[in-house]
Every structure is written in structure tokens, then in C-alpha cells.
Design a binder for this molecule. Sequence first.
Ligand code: NAP
Length: 312
Amino acid sequence: MSILQHFKGKGKSGFGYSSTAEEVTDGLSLDGKTILVTGCNSGLGYETLRVLSLRGAQVVGAARTLDKAKTACAQAAKTSSGASPIPLECELSQPTSVRACVAQIKKEGLKFDAILCNAGIMALPKLHQAFGLELQFFTNHIGHFMLVTGILDQLNDQGRVVMLSSGAHNMAPRGGISFDNLSGEKEYRAWTAYGQSKMANLLFSKELARRLAGTSKTANAVHPGVIPTPLGRNMNPIAQKLFRTLTPLVLKTPQQGAATQVYAAVHPKAAGISGSYFADCNVASHRSDANDPELARRLWDVSEKIAINLPG
Ligand SMILES: NC(=O)c1ccc[n+]([C@@H]2O[C@H](COP(=O)([O-])OP(=O)(O)OC[C@H]3O[C@@H](n4cnc5c(N)ncnc54)[C@H](OP(=O)(O)O)[C@@H]3O)[C@@H](O)[C@H]2O)c1
């Protein structure tokens, strides 16, 4: 158990570092709510799928393959108190898959009370690319950008978009986003690239919040904590060992790790909050350049151009 648990209390929301997703939804009925969760088959995504279903929401669970989504949804259905979760394929590094997912959502007329962009990859030791762009930037940001902007009309009034960012956004390069090195070819550092992708998630939520201003729809970003999930699978073996040795001091359980995104997506106290960054189930501060509207707008424009020019 993390030693932080003993030092970190609860915040204004009444929840804090140790709160679990079940605790933040205790007593809430999510009957009639429909919520999309990406990366639903593993770690925080699965716990989010499980708890939202437990509270009666109709969860639409997206994973890289339909088989993975089906397996996760079938497992969560065992404890669901509402309709069985609906599995969907969405491979975020493949524009054809993202576009097919968008088309299917529209065809089925799904309307969402929350869209939770949870899927992600972290700290690839070597440069990998998709369509000429560094793979973490592509998967974590561009894939979700295409998905969310593609289904924005499917977001209900008072609907909430929640982007999984990370405290690792602090590791993004100076200036926030290296627009002249989105391919990663000029220079590649695993943690800087991951940090940049999580900064992109945060900036996207900020710009989306600005575009949603004047409506009752919201967009926010979340740092879930540090949680032992398969997310570290791509780190080099030495870094994985170091992570396993050091992190018990600061680790949350997956149940605690899913709490902040679930809080931001469904808790009544988070209603109406937009353009914020949550950590430990409370509004928190983040790197100051994430508040730069020019930077966020530029990232949106660049992402739009990238998306338009992708094949499929
Ligand atoms: N765990 C932490 O300490 C921590 C800290 C800060 C932020 N986060 C963020 O929290 C989110 C969830 O992470 P986690 O810890 O739950 O990790 P995880 O267990 O590895 O789950 C990541 C999910 O993303 C999916 N995914 C990866 N690449 C994808 C792609 N190309 N297309 C579609 N889905 C893809 C994975 O699918 P597969 O299983 O098929 O690979 C998996 O379902 C991530 O965005 C991460 O950056 C985590």
C-alpha cells in the first residue's frame, strides 16, 4: 500500500488520493446514462467500464480489436446493474478503424453523456511512427482527436468529454509541443514523447472547452495517479524494474486510479466544470503553458490538417 495514502487527505470534493471509483459513485444511479470508454480492456479503462456498468450506465467499451472489447464487456456485464456494455473496435493508430468506429456510432444513433478518452501507450524505448508521426502522439492524441471531433454531435446536452492526460505532461518539451518534430526524427526521447502526447491531451481538452463555452457541455483532463497497470509494458526492462522497485511508495491501486476519471465523467459535483485538470478527484494545477490558448488553438489546427490528410 502506498505511503502517500497516510499523508494525503480529501479535497474540496470530499474525495481524494485514496478514493476508489466505487466510492466516488456510491449512491449514484447512472440509469439512462450512456458513456463511451476507450481502452476498456485493461487497467484503468476496464475498472472504469466495470464501475460505470455496476452503477447502471450503458457503457460503450472500445478496444483495439472487437474481440478484446467483447471479452471486457462480457466480464463487466456479470456485475452490471444496467444494460450489457456494447463492444466496439477502435484502433486509435489506424484512421480507417477510428473512422469506422465513428460511422458505427452514428449509424446506431448512440448519444453520449460522457466520452472518456482513456486508451494510451507510454514511453516507447525506440521511435515508432504511424503515418510519419511519432506513435505516442498519434495514438494518444491524433486518434482521440479524430474520434472525439467525429462524434461531437453525439454528445448530449450537459455531456462531458474527459481526456486522460498525466502528471507526465510536465515532461513535454519546452514550448509544450515540438511542432517541428512531430515525426520524432529530429530527436527522440521516450519520456519527452510520452509527455508531449499527454500535454496534447490536456491542450485538446482546453481548446475543446473553449469551443464548448456557452453550451452546457464540458471538457476536462485528468491525471489518474501512478498505478501499476500494463501501461509500462513498452518501457525498457531496466526502467520497468526501477518502476516496480520505486513505485510502491507512491502507487495507487487500479480501483483508486480509475476514481478521478469516473468522478470527472459522472459526479454531480463536477457538473459544469470545464477546461480544468483533475487529480485525486479534485481540480488541480498543471504546467502553466497548458493554459496558453494560442498553443491549444495551434495544436487543434495542426491536428485537423493531419486528420484530413490521413488515408482511408
Ligand atoms: N497507469 C498510470 O500510472 C497512469 C498515469 C498517468 C496517466 N495514465 C493514463 O491512463 C490511461 C490508461 O492507462 P492504464 O494505466 O490503464 O494502461 P493500460 O492498462 O496499458 O491500458 C491502456 C489501454 O489503451 C489501449 N490502447 C493502447 N494502444 C491503443 C491503440 N492504438 N488503439 C486503441 N487502444 C489502445 C490498450 O489496449 P491493449 O490492451 O490492446 O494494448 C489498453 O486497453 C492512459 O491514457 C495513460 O496514459 C496512466
